[in-house]
Design a protein around this ligand. Structure first.
Ligand code: ATP
Length: 313
């Protein structure tokens, strides 16, 4: 019993930390399939997505992590509303970027889209279907995440990449690794794709781990993507290269980017500027610059910096 309890308890702790940081949600969700905060409605059907149909819509979403009456809520404290009446649309194949200070609610938007929590008011639609009414598994199958910091399995490089499409061949893994520009690095190691990585194996740099996540996402080939841009400074050449790869992965995908860099947001279909759980400005880069508000201030503050972090402005 104790032997069973300790690993399960340990996994529970890791799961909570990972869920919180949006680090490798997919992997941990699969491992912790049984620890669910939300349940499918009785008779829930899988999400039915038709080609070119993967628009995402937030409609009047209001959310608090501990709503009154929930298990985690303190009896004497009113629930703190984290998102207030948020509405926006990511048309199929387009990119919406979210910027704003730390704690403004950017990652919460991503957690709700991945359905880690259900919204208390309003709804989130994918392809016109309310994600609360369909199976969680089908929502997650439709979404690929490139997190800030990819946690790798203590297994081979091949296994870690193939995780995007279990059972695929070495050739397919190599093709994805080439597209994510990690193939040359892998091939330069003595054991190549059989190299063990993770805590007990080869340690990869932040950029290399992100490339593994990109290769995984390429294999999964989901219609919807969430990118949580790394805030940690990669060197700028590496940064630009990864940015370019992310952009090519996002081509024709419906993409939500938690953005820290101007290069990402400039081409976005819409930029949402968040502050304390509200969208305080929205529009294209050009429109927001013309408006001369908070976004324009961020831009002015940051344009001199080589690595631009929009959340830190
Ligand atoms: P950052 O740029 O620092 O990642 P963010 O804009 O992504 O910040 P969120 O992580 O969405 O911000 O957090 C929004 C607010 O929700 C913060 O005030 C945070 O403290 C709170 N919050 C986040 N997770 C939880 C949780 N599990 N329970 C209670 N409150 C939470």
């Amino acid at each position: 019993m104790i032997q069973l309890y300790i690993p399960l308890n340990f996994l529970g702790v890791i799961y909570r930390e990972i869920k919180q940081s949006l680090t490798d949600l997919e992997k941990m969700f699969t491992l912790m399939e049984r620890e669910r905060e939300i349940a499918d409605v009785p008779g829930a059907q899988p999400l039915r997505l038709h080609a070119g149909d993967a628009a995402v819509r937030f409609e009047h979403v209001t959310f608090s992590y501990d709503p009154a009456g929930s298990a985690g809520a303190a009896a004497d404290k009113p629930a703190r509303t984290i998102l207030h009446d948020i509405s926006f649309e990511i048309p199929a194949g387009k990119t919406v970027a979210v910027v704003g200070p730390s704690g403004s609610g950017k990652s919460t938007l991503a957690r709700l889209l991945y359905r880690f929590y259900d919204v208390q008011q309003g709804c989130i639609l994918i392809g016109g279907e309310d994600i609360k009414q369909v199976t969680q598994a089908s929502v997650r199958a439709a979404i690929g995440i490139v997190p800030q910091d990819t946690v790798l399995f203590n297994d081979t490089v091949e296994y870690n990449i193939a995780y995007g499409r279990p059972g695929c061949s070495r050739e397919v893994v190599e093709t994805a690794a080439k597209a994510a520009h990690i193939h040359a690095f892998i091939s330069s190691t003595p054991k190549g794709y059989d190299t063990m990585v993770g805590e007990r194996g080869l340690k990869l740099s932040g950029g290399e781990k992100q490339r593994v996540a990109i290769a995984r996402t390429l294999l999964k080939n989901p219609p919807i993507l969430i990118f949580d841009e790394a805030t940690s400074a990669l060197d700028s050449a590496n940064e630009r290269a990864i940015q370019a790869e992310l952009q090519s992965v996002a081509q024709n995908k419906t993409t939500l980017v938690i953005a820290h860099r101007l290069s990402t947001v400039v081409d976005a279909h819409e930029i949402l500027v968040m502050d304390t759980g509200r969208i305080i400005e929205r529009g294209t880069h050009g429109a927001l610059m013309a408006q001369g508000g908070r976004y324009a201030q961020m831009w002015a503050l940051q344009q001199s910096a080589e690595v631009v972090d929009l959340a830190a402005a």
